[in-house]
Design a protein around this ligand. Structure first.
Ligand SMILES: [Zn+2]
Ligand SMILES: [Zn+2]
Length: 263
């Protein structure tokens, strides 16, 4: 499996992706908003884009569909419940569905509600697993729930699916928000040395060569995976005096998600 992370350089800081089968040269475009960059890169590599996948229905993920499909004839895949929200869908995905790209790449669809209620992540079935996570999980952060999502479901997605992935799983999110997110982590947990060193390491990074994190690293630096951390809980108490003595992880997650909305 070859993965190309495409930095759009737009105001929303979107990442688009091409996933290619090295044997057949077939490729899948994920959320190809910057269709010119996606089509251009595929052409440079000699790849045929045969599938477009939208992680969810928001316009900054679907906005390049029609141009890519017009140029390639690719079929369009998204969450089964996005059928009435995404124009021209060919395939509706459910949890556990396997998507093949060419002869060598297999990706499993995960049903990951929270940012919206029709959001899929793709997990590669490769020696080095990779997760294409749209706006559900960001480097050092979590998606918001403002436009069709719910924090209860986002918490369940984190706790019951993402936290259980192998530590080596590589993270390919839909946006480059790592600097702001690490600053939020440090606001909530000032003693987090790993977040501080990572922020120093990536502060000046070129998003064209962005650091790829893993689930293992995220558990060290992403507040939304650090729900039992005593410092996180104590600092939350400053702004939420009613927080119970030993708050459950869902309560902590929702309080953090709420704080991040206005941070
Ligand atoms: Zn979104
Ligand atoms: Zn987005």
């Amino acid at each position: 499996m070859i993965v190309e992370q495409i930095w759009t350089g737009n105001n929303w800081r979107n990442f688009n992706y091409l996933i290619a089968c090295p044997q057949s040269g077939e490729a899948m475009a994920i959320d190809p908003l910057d269709y010119e960059k996606c089509l251009g890169l595929a052409k440079d590599r000699g790849w045929n884009i045969t599938q477009v996948l939208n992680t969810h229905e928001h316009g900054d993920h679907t906005g390049g569909n029609s141009e890519v499909i017009a140029a390639t004839g690719a079929r369009l895949l998204a969450h089964a419940h996005a059928q009435d929200k995404i124009e021209g869908m060919d395939v509706g995905l459910s949890a556990g569905d396997i998507i093949k790209v060419g002869s060598s790449v297999e990706l499993e669809a995960l049903d990951t509600p929270g940012h919206t209620m029709s959001h899929v992540c793709l997990l590669s079935r490769t020696d080095m697993p990779a997760l294409f996570c749209g706006d559900t999980l960001f480097n050092a952060g979590a998606g918001n729930c403002h436009n069709g999502g719910h924090p209860n479901e986002l918490y369940m997605t984190f706790a019951s699916q993402l936290a259980k992935l192998p530590a080596a799983t590589q993270i390919y999110p839909g946006h480059d928000y790592i600097v702001n997110n690490l600053q939020f982590t440090l606001d909530r947990e000032p003693c987090n040395k790993r977040a501080k060193t990572l922020l120093d390491e990536i502060a000046e990074q070129d998003p064209d060569q962005a650091r790829v994190t893993t689930v293992g690293l995220e558990k060290e630096i992403n507040t939304f995976f650090r729900l039992a951390n005593p410092e996180v809980i104590e600092k939350l108490r400053d702004v939420n005096p009613d927080l119970p003595a030993n708050p459950d992880e869902k309560t902590v997650f929702k309080a953090l998600r709420e704080l991040r909305n206005s941070w």
